[in-house]
Design a binder for this molecule. Structure first.
Ligand SMILES: [Zn+2]
Length: 254
């Protein structure tokens, strides 16, 4: 059986403090063999690296999340951490138009600085995008050859088309298990198999019947099952395909 990869789970959050070992053990028992833990700021990046050093199943991503660009714009700390052997991506980075009082130009500057770093280090990016779908493709087109994944995908068919054209992968999270997640479910059915990834986004996204605060990587097989059924795929075949995709993107190195 193919071991699954949870391409986005925040085990570095204080929410999981003192119980990461149990969460990892439950993930492994559920068939989830690799956990990618993205940062949102410097302290969370260092926490992700510490977890990646402590647990063979964990890999880290390092970057400054748009939510934190309001209080922090310095990204000079990012580059030195990217050479760590357990870092597999720059993330979580991106654009968010839903933050009150945010300066879009500043957010874009910080995003671009990190896209350049990803390219210089030949690392994929873990992308967050909310209410800036209009800007994302235009910015990414300035970084040809950049590899990446749009995390917790819930965009329209048009956004999906843009992402695919840019060569991005799309990762489906717990939202896809909820019957009212129209865009996410339509995209999960339509995305080409060789661009699909899976994630829980724990502990920020509920699954049908599981509140966000209870979500953890062990729930990933439920997301696999729903995505497979939406696509009419055999779950084992989809598991093998997502594993190949995670490898092709470079998320399983280190
Ligand atoms: Zn995240």
């Amino acid at each position: 059986m193919t071991l699954l990869t949870d391409t986005h789970c925040h085990l570095n959050s204080p929410h999981f403090a003192g119980r990461v070992g149990d969460v990892v053990a439950r993930a492994m028992a559920a068939g989830v063999g690799t956990l990618i833990v993205p940062a949102w700021d410097r302290a969370s990046a260092e926490a992700a690296l510490a977890l990646a050093e402590a647990y063979p199943a964990i890999r880290a991503a390092v970057g400054l999340h748009p939510w934190f660009v309001t209080s922090e714009t310095d990204t000079a700390w990012v580059a030195p951490l990217l050479t760590h052997p357990r870092v597999v991506a720059v993330g979580e980075i991106g654009l968010d138009g839903a933050i009150a009082g945010e300066d879009p130009a500043r957010q874009e500057r910080v995003f671009r600085a990190q896209l350049a770093l990803a390219r210089a280090h030949d690392l994929p990016v873990l992308l967050h995008c909310q209410r800036r779908w209009d800007r994302l493709p235009a910015i990414l087109r300035d970084y040809p050859g950049l590899r990446g994944v749009l995390h917790a995908f819930s965009g329209s068919a048009e956004v999906l088309r843009d992402c695919l054209r840019l060569g991005l992968y799309v990762a489906f999270a717990g939202g896809v298990t909820r019957p009212n997640s129209r865009h996410a479910r339509a995209a999960a059915a339509a995305a080409p198999a060789d661009r699909v990834l899976l994630e829980t986004d724990a502990h920020y996204m509920a699954l049908e019947g599981v509140p966000a605060e209870a979500a953890e990587p062990a729930h990933l097989p439920r997301i696999l099952a729903v995505v497979a059924s939406l696509r009419g795929d055999d779950p084992a075949a989809l598991a093998a395909q997502t594993d190949a995709n995670a490898r092709a993107l470079g998320l399983l190195r280190g």
